[in-house]
Design a protein around this ligand. Structure first.
Ligand code: C5P
Length: 253
């Protein structure tokens, strides 16, 4: 499985489908966030899945366990490959999500989606944590939430590339670590609003399982070339006869 997921942070389902087709064979999956989902709903997720894309449904559920379980069940019915919940929702909430994901997938005869816990948002720092009554460091808090996510039976976490090495060291090789905040090297010099960033190869070296990259790809004049440059940096772009042959989540037509 490849590692590059593109964040479809765009204004319409039509553009999301167009980008997905354009990036076919280069990226390994697409991320649908709350804006696109609120605009276009589960129909778009199903269209992307039908187009052969692996879809990371990034809706960051955070509610009482029963409500999160029902939301996860609904997400499974869209065919999403990866779903996330806030780890700060607590172990019972995460356990309910994991159970609902497995049960709903079994009922629907589909593969179980990966369920990932969001640790600390990359927009938060020590001061924001302290305002919320959390006195430990960002790293300690991320590690504590990752521990709870694993305890609850989740498949991994979302974390900034800066915390990836420590999470990998604590949780072993099979725990999925999804990292946004990818900038520098082939992902370009423009940081936008991301602060704690790392280059693609550097993040993978630190232990990232999947990289989520948005604006460096979708905002590029040639998104396919921008994605291909990242794949090449990851050292997997030169296998086979071309980038369309990698057996990625979005097969060539
Ligand atoms: O455009 P950019 O590469 O910054 O996109 C990163 C994507 O990852 C965006 O969709 C953003 O919402 C998401 N994300 C993030 N930081 C988190 C969680 C998600 O940047 N902690």
């Amino acid at each position: 499985m490849g590692q590059l997921l593109v964040a479809l942070d765009v204004e319409s389902g039509a553009r999301a489908l167009e980008l997905t087709r354009l990036l076919r064979g280069v990226v390994d999956g697409v991320k649908v966030g709350s804006r696109l989902f609120t605009l276009e709903g589960p129909t778009l997720v199903r269209q992307l899945v039908d187009a052969g894309a692996k879809v990371f449904l990034d809706l960051k559920f955070h509610d009482i366990p029963n409500t999160v379980a029902q939301a996860v069940e609904a997400a499974v019915l869209t065919g999403a490959w990866m779903i996330n919940v806030h780890a700060s929702g607590g172990v019972p909430m995460m356990q309910a999500a994991a159970r609902a994901g497995a049960e709903a997938a079994a009922r629907a005869g589909r593969p179980r989606p990966l369920i990932i816990g969001v640790t600390v948002l990359t927009s938060m720092d020590q001061a924001t944590l302290r305002e919320g009554g959390i006195d430990r460091s960002v790293l300690e808090h991320v590690l504590a939430l990752a521990r709870l996510a694993q305890q609850a039976g989740l498949d991994g976490v979302v974390a900034s590339p800066q915390e990836t090495a420590a999470i990998r060291a604590a949780h072993g090789p099979t725990f999925a670590i999804v990292t946004p905040g990818i900038r520098g090297a082939s992902a370009g010099a423009e940081k936008n609003d991301q602060t704690r960033t790392m280059g693609p190869a550097e993040a993978v070296k630190a232990g990232a399982s999947y990289l989520v990259v948005g604006r460096p790809i979708i905002g590029a004049p040639d998104p396919r070339a921008a994605a291909a440059a990242i794949v090449a940096e990851l050292g997997i772009g030169d296998q086979g006869s071309g980038i369309g042959d990698r057996g990625s989540g979005i097969p060539d037509p």
